[in-house]
Design a binder for this molecule. Structure first.
Ligand SMILES: N[C@@H](CCC(=O)N[C@@H](CS)C(=O)NCC(=O)O)C(=O)O
Length: 247
């Protein structure tokens, strides 16, 4: 059985899933489509038109959190959830905070405005919105994360879904040319370094950065060159279209 992931590693949610697959030793092929570049068939398997989508011999699943829970249920070895019940619940909360609030601030308000909207839709940037987010939302998120950080190690004991959901967003933040003031949030900075080094998150972020420098239609070729097993068929389209959030 070889799993299939639809979505390219410039997405933090895709890097979350790819790293979980790696931890669990599950082989996969990848169809590295870029957000907004899905075809009609993509809309049928991903009704919100979002990546990642995960497909194997038993399921077709949307949403990184749903996918990780399935991977854990089906392949419990090399667990990505804490054993202790309360630590497990806390990891799920941090995952939710990463997927929603951090995603909203880092990805939608900053990365989308700085990188994706201009490149994909030819949209103007919004410097006033960016300044407001940098003044309020970003510090709010960072203050909360810093309050959760351990002195050493990981958020909920061993490396877990908490790292998988939170750490990937920082690469997209950097691609939006935002560097948090690490002297203000030092525990978060040290934790991020550990999370990237402990897992494939760091390497995948480098891959994502390489893809962002080239047009979407060249991503398949680039990933093949980097040693990924790329699908022969694609859910990609040549022209972008807005997903539910933008329409
Ligand atoms: N909650 C989803 C979020 C996935 C998501 O927002 N993916 C972005 C790419 S980073 C996307 O496909 N956006 C396109 C859209 O929302 O139209 C998950 O955890 O998988």
């Amino acid at each position: 059985m070889k799993a299939k992931v639809i979505g390219g590693p410039a997405s933090p949610y895709v890097r979350k899933v790819l790293t979980a697959l790696h931890i669990k030793g599950i082989e996969f092929t990848i169809d590295p489509i870029v957000p907004f570049f899905g075809n009609d068939a993509f809309g049928r398997i991903s009704p919100l038109r979002r990546i990642p989508v995960y497909i194997d011999d038993q399921v077709t699943l949307c949403d990184s959190s749903v996918i990780l829970q399935y991977l854990e249920d089906r392949w419990p070895e090399e667990s990505i959830y804490p054993k202790d019940v309360s630590a497990r619940a806390h990891a799920r909360w941090l995952e939710e905070f990463g997927d929603t609030r951090v995603g909203d601030v880092f990805i939608w308000k900053l990365f989308f405005d700085a990188v994706i909207a201009p490149a994909v839709f030819g949209a103007e940037r919004h410097p006033e919105q960016r300044a407001a987010v940098l003044a309020k939302d970003l510090p709010d998120v960072m203050d909360y994360l810093e309050s959760q950080m351990p002195e050493d190690g990981f958020l909920c004991g061993d490396f877990s879904v908490a790292e998988l959901a939170l750490a990937p967003h920082f690469a997209n933040l950097a691609w939006a040319r935002v560097e948090p003031d690490w002297s203000r949030w030092p525990k978060t900075g040290a934790w991020l370094k550990r999370a990237n080094e402990e897992s494939t998150l760091g390497e995948l972020a480098k891959t994502g950065a390489q893809l962002l420098r080239i047009p979407p239609l060249q991503h398949r070729e680039k990933l093949t060159e980097l040693g990924f097993d790329v699908t022969t068929e694609t859910f990609g389209a040549e022209k972008p279209r807005p997903g539910v959030r933008l329409s």
